[in-house]
Ligand binder design. Structure first.
Ligand code: PMP
Length: 447
């Protein structure tokens, strides 16, 4: 205990811990209070959260567990496909029986099933590119693809708030990495102008290749990429555009085709399109889509494709079926309804939060809604108080955000009903008052 206390993380005092188990658990709390509890259900609109606590005043480490039914405002289940689905689930079960959970092999050995080929064709068609390649994990798609595309003598210009997997891929590639201010086409222009004029700092030679990396919806900001302006800058300097659509593909756009559809961008103007299946499609894995040449090249050069086990067949089937539903190929209008619902739910929740006086980041239509807490001491307070009222919210702080820009990140799903959203808003409002994060309380004179 002494050791735990001596190595504590404090400096700021969490204000809402249960006093009796404060000391024993303080090492775990930081992670726990970013939510981090086990869940014993599907990531549906409501989840079963397993809470473990000591109940004997910390004299021993004896733990009891309790399952709490919570409104889920934390999962990326944007279209509700992670719940049992009348079209997807029977097909996934069939594929599990037919292909087993794993291919037990890499794509280039015995790990390409007919499902993998079908999925790649389907993804390419869905995102509007000639070809696609799928991977077992979204994170790996970024971290392994960037090094396969660019190396020494190349330049990667990356948005300041890009995901860790992009940062990983960029730093592992050997290329020079420059960061431009978040979502700022003018700063991107300035960096490209300077870098292209100077060339490589050691050799002075022109860059072999320049790739600009952005996200469709920024995962910690809920903000849409200023893609049309970014593309204009890229074209001006003949840089390739790499777009990570983890949070936007399936979630936004009239037919779920992501930010290109939403912002009226021609997909031909985006050279490399990347996305993940762990959000809107209720599965796991990632993809890269682009020209046939790009995909052929990656098939022979990308180590994750050559040496990593292929995406699990039931996961592949889930993605295929979810895309079929989105496209209406299941002979129903459920896909269109889900897309309309996520949009309506997101816009309703965001506007209500703003009316209550919270500082909410992000743009309309985005299902990702960070509520600013700022002070990291408010992280445990916010998530614990929400949990006490059966609302599961993910809170995020350093190192995922700058230390004084802590936030609660709400993720809205098409599977939330109006009652769910109203309950969530009521609880968040009460907790917001308690924790003191309503930075823009409504002006009583205006009411
Ligand atoms: N890119 C972005 C922008 C992400 O937010 C994430 C994860 N949330 C990933 C890539 C990695 O995807 P996955 O979790 O599916 O591996």
């Amino acid at each position: 205990l002494e050791l735990l206390n001596a190595t504590n993380f404090d400096g700021y005092a969490p204000i809402c811990f249960r006093r009796e188990d404060f000391y024993v658990r303080r090492m775990y709390l930081r992670i726990q209070d970013c939510f981090g509890r086990p869940i014993s259900s599907a990531p549906d609109a409501w989840i079963d959260v397993v809470e473990r606590y000591s109940n004997d005043n910390n004299k021993t480490l004896k733990r009891t567990t309790e399952v709490i039914k919570c409104l889920n405002l934390g999962s990326y289940n944007y279209l509700g496909f992670a719940s049992a689905d009348e079209y997807c689930t029977p097909r996934v079960i069939e594929s599990l029986k037919k292909f087993s959970p794993s291919t037990c092999s890499t794509r280039v050995e015995a790990g390409t099933t007919i499902l993998h080929n079908e999925l790649e064709e389907c993804v390419a068609k869905f995102v509007g590119k000639p070809a696609a390649l799928v991977f077992g994990m979204g994170y790996v798609s970024n971290s392994a693809i960037l090094p396969a595309l660019i190396g020494k003598g190349g330049l990667i210009v990356s948005d300041a708030l890009n995901h860790k997997s992009i940062a990983n891929g960029a730093s592992g590639s050997g290329a020079t990495v420059q960061i431009f201010q978040h979502n700022s086409p003018s700063h991107l222009d300035q960096i490209l102008r300077e870098q292209i004029a100077q060339g490589h700092p050691l050799t002075g030679r022109p860059w072999k290749k320049v790739i600009v990396v952005v996200e469709g919806i920024y995962s910690m900001e809920g903000e849409l990429c200023r893609l049309p302006e970014i593309i204009t800058v890229c074209k001006k300097y003949k840089a390739y555009t790499y777009l990570d659509e983890a949070h936007s593909i399936g979630a936004v756009g009239k037919t779920g085709r992501g930010v290109c559809e939403l912002l009226g961008v021609d997909t031909a103007d985006v050279d490399i399109m990347m996305g993940t299946f762990s959000k809107s499609f209720g599965s796991c894995g990632g993809y890269i889509a682009g020209s046939k040449e790009l995909v052929e090249y990656l098939k022979y050069t990308c180590p994750a494709h050559l040496y990593g086990t292929s995406i699990s067949p039931p996961a592949a089937q889930q993605i295929l079926s979810a895309i079929q539903v989105i496209l209406g190929e299941d002979d129903s209008s459920r896909g269109a309804q889900k897309l309309a619902q996520i949009r309506e739910n997101s816009n309703f929740f965001r506007s209500e939060l703003k009316k209550m006086g919270f500082q909410v980041l992000g743009d309309d239509d985005s299902p990702v809604m960070p509520i600013m807490l700022y002070n990291p001491a408010k992280i445990p307070a916010f998530s614990r108080e929400c949990l006490k009222e059966n609302v599961a919210v993910v809170t995020v702080g350093s190192p995922a955000t700058p230390i004084l820009l802590a936030r609660a990140r709400i993720c809205i799903s098409a599977s939330h009903t109006k009652e769910d959203l109203v309950k969530g808003l009521e609880v968040i409002s009460r907790v917001g008052d308690l924790v003191g994060i309503k930075y823009f309380p409504p002006d009583p004179k205006k009411q």
